[in-house]
Design a protein around this ligand. Structure first.
Ligand code: ADE
Ligand code: ZN
Length: 320
């Protein structure tokens, strides 16, 4: 598992902030946190659901202020991922939280892209950036975000949509995704995590996204499963996240294998590894144990991670 080459397609850079680093960044930026030690912080990681998790996650975002913070965060993740056999990481990142704190977009994206360039050389891992809008905000905010990141267009592979799902359907962001497509971005959308299967349909039909982040709720709807298989829509599933946020309470019933058996290209990812108790390999291990996956099935998951990535075919030469 450790050395099996794989891609990670669903990880939020902000969700890779380890408690020790949160404390360190807070101290170096002269900021107070409600927790006095990494252990006290870890004790706050008993989440009741997505919105409760997001309140802790956005508190963590408060400590990231400088170009060096974004650089160091990205470097730490890419090094850890490379050590787990990750050869390509498509990393979601939501600038809006940091803009709220007055952090210039150039400091955010400059720090991240410097770290991507360095890790390509030092660790042989390809990092790619997916800018993610917050769905609890307005579509006008998301369109403004597209304007703001336009100078960085050649360093951004695609766009996504995250944050509080219920009550914020993909259709609220139809124009955002249309505008992103018009600018040549690849597209992905969180759907069917806490929200219903209809949100997965909306993401495909109204927003025309290429990939679905999570897609858990789709598993209960046979005709949607058939469609995902027929259209070969990649789902970026995150088992430990779904467990910790009570999307599922038992990984032995996790629909990943059923979806795979039905022909849906599913992948395994970490989402917010520092908050959910595992990076990508711990997620592979958890589903392998719970579902009794064979070695061939694990290899299929790893293969799906490359074929479902937004890499150009020539970038995959040597890994497929
Ligand atoms: N942002 C970070 N983690 C998320 C998740 N699990 N769902 C939606 N938005 C997120
Ligand atoms: Zn996510």
């Amino acid at each position: 598992m450790t050395t099996l080459p794989k891609a990670e397609l669903h990880v939020h850079l902000e969700g890779t902030l380890e408690p020790e680093d949160m404390m360190r960044f807070a101290a170096r930026n002269g900021l107070e946190l409600p927790w006095r030690s990494p252990d006290e912080l870890r004790a706050a990681y008993a989440f009741t659901g997505l919105e409760n998790f997001l309140s802790v996650y956005f508190q963590g975002c408060r400590v990231l202020r400088t170009r060096a913070d974004f650089h160091d965060l990205t470097t730490a993740y890419l090094h850890r991922a490379a050590a787990q056999g990750v050869r390509r990481a498509e990393m979601l990142f939501g600038p809006q939280a940091f803009l709220d704190h007055g952090v210039p977009i150039d400091d955010q994206l400059g720090g991240i892209t410097d770290a991507i360039d360095e890790a390509r050389e030092s660790r042989d891992i390809e990092g790619a950036l997916l800018v993610s809008a917050h769905r609890h905000r307005t579509e006008a905010d998301a369109l403004e975000l597209l304007d703001l990141v336009r100078p960085w267009r050649d360093r951004i592979l695609g766009v996504g949509l995250g944050s509080a799902e219920r009550g914020n359907p993909p259709s609220k962001f139809a124009r955002y995704f249309a505008a992103a497509r018009g600018e040549g971005y690849r597209t992905t959308c969180h759907a069917g995590e806490e929200g219903p299967a209809s949100y997965v349909r909306e993401a495909l039909d109204v927003c025309q996204v290429e990939r679905i982040d999570h897609g858990y709720a789709a598993a209960e709807v046979p005709d949607l499963v058939t469609r995902l298989a027929e259209e070969q829509v990649t789902l970026t599933m995150c088992p430990l996240s779904n467990l910790r946020l009570h999307v599922t309470d038992d990984l032995t019933e996790y629909p990943l294998k059923a979806l795979m058996d039905a022909g849906v290209p599913v992948t395994v990812n970490s989402d917010d590894p520092s908050y959910f108790g595992g990076y990508v390999n711990e997620n592979y291990a958890a589903v392998t144990d719970a579902l009794g996956l064979t070695e061939a099935e694990v290899k299929t998951l790893a293969r799906n991670s490359f074929t479902g990535s937004f890499a150009q075919p020539e970038e995959l030469r040597g890994v497929l």
